[in-house]
Ligand binder design. Structure first.
Ligand code: CMP
Length: 222
């Protein structure tokens, strides 16, 4: 794929005319990370934002006693590291590669310049930040008012966005371990194992390997 095509597959750049895509392609620096590598740590100074070309990363924060809370898993086409560039505060969370990753890095000056020149890119960014704030509001509500099972269902609804070949009424998550699910829900792996078993028993959830399947109808309730 040439650089233009790569950029067109990324929602933030999709609507831009060819000359703009060519200009952006020249600004982006390709960086590769191995699975489990730390891309940056919470609290560090931010110089670049990143668009995920390939692979998956984990956004997480640490508690004072060293426990990790996973805020989000982000995959191809999504971006991270924009917050520290926008407000010049330290990185709000750590980013680690879950799989081998190919990232496209954009420096602070190039990022700000791009936003100034392209209202469309600014709108895509604002929409994504709004989506994240809504998710965070839901998460706060869940942590305050919901039991673990309700939170697990909410996380699975959010993550199950992919079609299932041969099962048009179902959608599935990507590959996710019980530990990753537990981290996203904010509970232990043992509890997740028990909750998943219960949800499967009652027919709400189906599993194929590490992929979790729920009905399309249910996923629309989020
Ligand atoms: P920054 O603060 O520069 O570095 C950490 C990044 O994690 C942050 O920018 C966002 O891109 C991303 N991030 C922080 N909080 C969330 C969240 N709740 N959901 C998704 N991504 C987040």
């Amino acid at each position: 794929m040439d650089k233009r095509e790569v950029l067109r597959s990324i929602p933030m750049f999709r609507g831009l005319p060819d000359p703009d895509l060519d200009e952006i392609a020249d600004l982006l620096i390709e960086r590769r990370f191995r699975a489990r590598a730390t891309i940056f740590e919470e609290g560090s100074v931010g110089e670049y934002m990143y668009v995920i070309r390939d692979g998956e990363v984990k956004v997480s924060k640490m508690s004072d006693d060293g426990r990790e809370k996973v805020l989000e898993l982000l995959g191809p086409g999504l971006f991270f590291g924009e917050m520290a560039l926008l407000d010049q505060e330290p990185r709000s969370a750590s980013i680690k590669a879950i799989t081998d990753c190919v990232l496209l890095a954009l420096s602070r000056n190039d990022f700000i310049g791009l936003l100034r020149r392209n209202p469309e890119i600014s709108l895509v960014l604002l929409r994504e930040l709004t989506r994240r704030l809504r998710e965070t509001d839901e998460e706060v509500r869940g942590l305050l008012f919901e039991r673990v099972e309700g939170r697990t269902r909410r996380v699975l609804r959010r993550m199950a966005t992919r079609p299932v070949p041969g099962r048009p009424d179902m959608v599935t998550t990507g590959s996710i371990t019980h530990q990753q699910l537990a981290d996203l829900v904010g509970t232990s792996r043992e509890t997740i194992t028990r909750v998943v078993k219960g949800l499967k028993h009652r027919g709400w959830l189906d599993q194929e390997g590490k992929h979790y399947l729920i009905s399309k109808e249910d996923s629309a309730r989020r």
